[in-house]
Design a protein around this ligand. Sequence first.
Ligand SMILES: *Cc1c(COP(=O)(O)O)cnc(C)c1O
Length: 363
Amino acid sequence: MSEWALSELLRPELGELTSYAPHAGEFAVRLDANEAPDLLAPDVRAALAEALGRIAFHRYPDARATLLREALAARTGVTPDEILVGTGSDEIISLLLTAVARPRARGGPAQVLTSTPTFVMYRLSALVRGLRVIEVPLDDGWDLPVASFERAIELGSPNLVFIASPNNPTGNLMSRDRLERIIQAAAGALVIVDEAYVDYAPRTQQDLLGKYPNVALLRTLSKVGFAALRIGWLMGPASLVRELDKVRLPYNLPTASQIAAALVLGSHGSELDRIARSVCSERERVASALGGVPRLGVSQSDANFLWIGTERPAGDVFADLAARGVLVRSFHQRGGRLAHRLRITIGTATENDALIAALSEVA
Ligand SMILES: *Cc1c(COP(=O)(O)O)cnc(C)c1O
């Protein structure tokens, strides 16, 4: 009998993947993960603590997340049955890639189309499910290249198209007319417009929902001050929500997260707006300060981070910042045009001052 070998049982794709590991270590200033800074008002914190103190800890969570979906519906203007909630939008991405993944008519796995650079979970989550991923490079302005997308759609007939707008890591909203042309070209596919950073953008793309049957949006509380709760949601046709709901685990959302999120979105909704406004005004201040630093290029941002071009290799600037206690995100390992790019999250005014001082020294 041959020896037992785990590798003989695993999906072959796992051999090429490593687990997602945020940068470890202690840093005085952490601006690497696009979280909002700690701006939570003491009275809101107290209200959350009080509500969490009343949880029935011996019971399973509400499997349908009724109160939370009602709070989301009230805030966004869609109906509760057009909303699916997940443990972060990451979970919803995995549900989409599990459900909307009928193998191709001629055999072979479903195809997933996205851009590059963009949020890495679309690709990772598709690969671990054995799906085929096509990545179209964004153009020189980090916007959507329509002709390349049209060609990829024609050749690949993807089931799913993921477009983050504002995009991570580039920070920009995609041009509206280009986005619509791609949605039209992908009429046979489901197009997911990921609005993780919509709270920091000058406009939403929610009107696409009424206009195109093949569009759904993703949103999250993670980037606007509540990453600890792991609350993300999809807004889209009720028929899609019903199918995804068959794949969702029944008790995916812990009671604590449901209660806290419903409270934040409901009676404390203005807290989210206040956090977003404060981050946006810091963003403009940091962008203009860094814009005056030689050897740096600062692109316009519609999100809570800046996409910075460096003259020196980004890996070197990253290491010099880390040595000064400031952690940012570098993409230098990806090479090419990312070898001179850093992504820097907007923090508190004090954290931002530390960043500006350090980066002015090492740029
Ligand atoms: C951070 C991020 C997410 C993940 O959000 P969670 O709700 O925390 O899972 C989704 N999409 C984009 C584009 C992001 O940058």
